[in-house]
Design a protein around this ligand. Sequence first.
Ligand code: DGJ
Length: 457
Amino acid sequence: MLQRLPKQGGVGTAAASKCPVSTIIWILAAWVLLFQVYTTLYPPPTALTHPKNRVRSIIRYTEYEEPEFNRLPLPPNRNGKKRRPDYIEEFWSSSHKRQIYFPNKSSAIDPLTNNEDDRFYFHPGREWHDSQGRPIQAHGGGILYIPETRTFYWYGENKDGRTYHISKHSTARVDVIGINCYSSTDLWLWKNEGIVLKADERNVSSDLHVSKVVERPKVIYNDKTRKYVMWMHIDNANYSKASVGVAVSLKPEGPFKYLGSAQPHGFDSRDMTVFKDGDGTAYIIYSSEGNSELHVTVLAEDYLGFRNIMSRVLVHGYREAPAVFKHRGLYYMITSGCTGWAPNTALVHSAESMLGSWQLMGNPCVGGNEELRDTTFFSQGTFVLPLPGIPDMFIFMADRWNPYDLRDSRYVWLPLTMDGPADEPLEDVFEFPLWSRVSIHWYQKWKLPQDWDKVQI
Ligand code: DGJ
């Protein structure tokens, strides 16, 4: 029996020792396998010369430094008892913490003074200057990309005013100045296009009066009407109006004409975003029922009103700051908890349809340390920007609010990738589509690969 084995397969150890030819074949096969594993892990430089290949390997070519936050001592335990660190409390009471999260002007990203080596680097949390060397004022914003001109337009709140409180227990605010627009072709150097929707200084009953709240503007383009449509959160200083407003323009650089506000289908709406799907259907997503749930409402064909289709999602979730994106036919939504200007933990949900159901996937933040991951890198999401021509790569845009001086709130932009292994949703569902894992990576300093913007779309 034993003697017959080598004849049958010729692949046993006994056979190999007796047969030099099969030994050689085995050794060769092992080398080929090792070589394949090596070239997969470390592709030769030629494979990266084409921009498309280079951008696919974005993380490897993204440079980063160890976060200084890792060296911070954790807050002491009270009475020797273990407790979860209260990062926010610490932030309020420690100027040291504030200095870390809001580094001073000397570290600003400024295209006018930065040396060549620092060009195109994003430094989350540092002051960021426009092409004229002035701090960018585009908070709670979103970006519209126009493929024909390969130009990005960044719309956001201009908060360049004095921070004050209307009463002892009210939230910090600045008077409305308007919605700013910046344009860029590389996402790093931004030209100020000015205030595209101005505050109203005279009419106290206007939604845009300086005493009101105009937040989280998002712009989408309507292919049929050829108009640029801006939706935004409109409120009173005490956040009791809870409405959405709409404005329209013939050009991305504005000016936008304000058309009015409403509560969609009669429901209160606070933090919001809009999402335009590939087939042109657009949705408005807003926190409702006292922020206890989100509503997804289909916009009318001209994007200026609502269709009679609405879905309540994340019911009892108490989530706000929604940012929606699509990847390989599935929808993903990143939200924050409701803690005013203070940061909290982000969550990502996924769905097969914008109207739901939305399944909880968990906290997408990775890297850094626990404090950063638990506080969305000490920021609150506002938008997820797909990188044109690079299907698995997005930029997560967030605001690091400074409630002491809201105009000095910072931007936290980080790479969001869908490259992780497929996840199963954390909530019970009956179907299991292949959800991709959403990962937002912490980098103290990073940049997009060279020539990413030259990829043919
Ligand atoms: C959290 C929201 O996300 C912000 O847009 C702003 O409304 C603040 N609350 C006000 O406290």
